[in-house]
Design a protein around this ligand. Sequence first.
Ligand code: PLP
Length: 412
Amino acid sequence: MTGPDDERAGELTSPPPKPVDDVFAKVEDARVEQWHLAESLGLLPFFRELRGEVGPRMIFEGKPVVMLGSNNYLGLTADPRVRQAAVDAVSRYGTGLTGSRLLNGTLPLHRQLEEELADWVGLEAALVFTTGYAANLGLMVSLLGEGDAAFVDSAAHASLVDGGRFSDGTLRAFRHNRPNSLRRGLRAWREQPDAGGLLVAVDGVYSMEGDLAPLADIAAACSEFGARLLVDEAHALGVVGPDGSGSAREAGIRPDLVMGTFSKSLASCGGFIAGPRPVIDFLKVTCRPLLFTASGVPASLAAALEASRLARSESWRQEAVVANARRLRRGLRELGYDAGGDDRSAIVPVVVGDDWKAGTLWRALLEQGVYTNCAVAPAVSKALLRTSVMATHTERDIDDALAGFEAAASAR
Ligand SMILES: Cc1ncc(COP(=O)(O)O)c(C=O)c1O
């Protein structure tokens, strides 16, 4: 006869799993070895601790640096009005909502944000999520059923890819910024006998490349084949389009759906989907990444609301961030760097090509007082240093960063 204790004892004494049976077997991975090697050589550009607030200049590991590795495009994380809004929200509502939006996690701040964000991007209604990742994932998993397909640009953000992957529909990629590649895919899909609905998902501004999607052409392809269009405006809001309202308005189109995040120009954390009210209502009853996670904290919501108001009312920020990016891009090209990005975006990628060279250049730039972000495979096909600027960088900041690039040029 065995009791519960004997069963537990049995579990404890059972032989260890064979390597192939053990889910931990896969943690012995070449990528982890490379990671440890880079770390031991002081070349690991990831999970580094930044102390102090994110601004145009910061102290990194005891050294002053020009910050070119942040998405704080409008420089609003340090704005006293945004900070005060966050502080007031903590005073009024406390530190957390301790529940889902469905039950006890919705505040008047959500409603205000949803109304104002929908108005900003020019769509009927909006829904705030705890992160932008959850917004894209939740939207796509809710909308794409069996027989449906998502056509996603091959350079689109992981949250769009994962949304297609985790849904019951089919995920298809089309070549980056090639509307004809999209058209071919949509046509082939439509020729299938039982083809269901279609959703096309693109970034308005690509986070690594800093280029803009050819939205007018993509929207035309969508109407030709009866596909719905989702534009991820994460890197466009505040930076591109009239009043920073995004790349869709810049292109003069009205997509079916827009996604935005608070984690870049809006100086906070959280995300939203905007679209027709019936779609938003459907998400409120079906969307698992909305319903089964806690609502964002009051401070995040209040900061995003205040930041969105400032983004819309202080047009100098949009002008300054774009001018700073142009100055940086032009200067890097003059120094012989392969610097990309559209002149309307805040992102200036510096293509290096090889992962290790990118790490070496990243380190050399740090030594010269320039903080950049290193992007390697699989995030990008060619390793690059992703730089981005803020509205609050001065010309002097940009010129000092360029001097750092000049001094680090031998590490290319
Ligand atoms: C294009 C794009 N979409 C979505 C997201 C996800 O946003 P969040 O940081 O709010 O989760 C990001 C963030 O990196 C992004 O760059």
